[in-house]
Design a protein around this ligand. Structure first.
Ligand SMILES: [Zn+2]
Length: 230
């Protein structure tokens, strides 16, 4: 669910796989997974547009091998030594097919790292484009993903049909609120099944997104809150 706060293990168990690679392609209507970070020592240069609707996602290097002891010095390949496409290759080939009008955009659930071991769900994005520019004397993939125009809190991942736009809580506010609320439910102090809650639902004319109207709630308190609204 969008704006959920997850530990690394919760994230893996929810997706049913180890997420060490950080990029995982799946053909739609299934969705793939992208892990991103804008933390100071992040291994890749991921970035978001100011309104956080567009994710600029850097492709990943191949793993270190005896013949490639430093993958950061070579062009990011589309194809592995075994002849199979890398994740970069799968992403790029899907965009090529998209531009040729043969497929619909691939869907990705995006998780952003908040701090070591803590991630937040940014919701669903669509892969729209890529580039393969020279960066520090080698070619790297730069993928463009755009926030999906359907409500990503829909639990039915494979069939997003609700065309309601959902407002994003900006990462800077999440970072601030996570610190302020000390990573706990503000009602009961629980430290698991947490998510960022926007106090005034936009549907009810809620205010713009300020730290004052965002807080951390556990699943139980979130449920009792929706029950009160209805
Ligand atoms: Zn609680």
């Amino acid at each position: 669910m969008k704006d959920e706060i997850l530990t690394y293990l919760e994230m893996c168990s929810r997706q049913g796989m180890s997420l060490q690679r950080g990029m995982c392609f799946r053909e739609p209507p299934a969705h793939g997974i992208v892990l991103m970070s804008r933390r100071p020592n992040a291994p890749y240069a991921d970035d978001l547009s100011l309104d956080e609707q567009v994710l600029f996602y850097e492709g990943h290097d191949i793993g270190r091998t005896r013949s490639t002891p430093n993958p950061k010095t070579i062009d990011q390949p589309r194809i592995n030594a075994n002849g199979r496409p890398t994740e970069n290759g799968k992403f790029a080939s899907w965009v090529d097919a998209l531009k040729a009008g043969r497929v619909s955009p691939a869907i990705f659930r995006v998780y952003e790292k908040m701090r070591p071991g803590i991630w937040t769900d940014r919701g669903l994005y669509l892969l729209k484009d890529y580039d393969y520019p020279l960066v520090n004397d080698r070619r790297v993939f730069k993928f463009r993903l755009e926030q999906a125009p359907f409500d990503s809190s829909d639990r039915n991942e494979s069939a997003p049909t609700d065309l309601k736009f959902s407002r994003q809580i900006p990462s800077s506010i999440k970072q601030h609120v996570y610190k302020r609320d000390k990573g706990k439910c503000v009602m009961c102090g629980a430290t698991d099944h947490l998510h960022f809650d926007h106090d005034f639902p936009f549907a009810k004319g809620g205010a713009s997104i300020l730290p004052e109207n965002v807080r951390i709630l556990c699943a139980r308190h979130n449920l009792s809150k929706s029950a009160n609204i209805e």
